[in-house]
Design a binder for this molecule. Structure first.
Ligand SMILES: [Zn+2]
Length: 111
């Protein structure tokens, strides 16, 4: 349960967006696209728990998306996402450094 804390901030932000869509447009089905750089399983579990907790009558499906980078070494493509516990999470598979700019999968999207 300790590491559930990592995604709390993102889950809270996501729920705020979902609730505002729901109260404005009555939208009930959401797809939340979460980049692999997040702890996706943890995110999903927390999101479901918090929706129940806040009694928001919506369905939210979590979809994992790949992270792509454009690296200074010239590499462009899918990044290597390291162990969830390490500080640097996104690495270039070519030069093994964190010199890349994220071009796909930068942040959580709600559809
Ligand atoms: Zn590189």
């Amino acid at each position: 349960m300790i590491f559930l804390a990592h995604e709390v901030k993102y889950v809270t932000q996501t729920i705020e967006k979902i609730m505002s869509e729901w109260s404005k447009n009555g939208k009930k089905n959401f797809t939340v696209r979460v980049p692999k750089s997040h702890r996706v399983k943890e995110f999903e579990m927390l999101l479901k728990q918090m929706l129940i907790h806040y009694q928001v009558p919506v369905r939210a499906m979590v979809q994992e998306v790949t992270v792509e980078i454009k690296c200074r070494c010239g590499y462009t493509g899918e990044a290597r996402v390291s162990d969830p516990e390490s500080v640097i999470r996104i690495l270039c598979p070519n030069c093994n450094k964190n010199n890349g700019r994220v071009i796909v999968g930068k942040e959580i999207e709600i559809l």
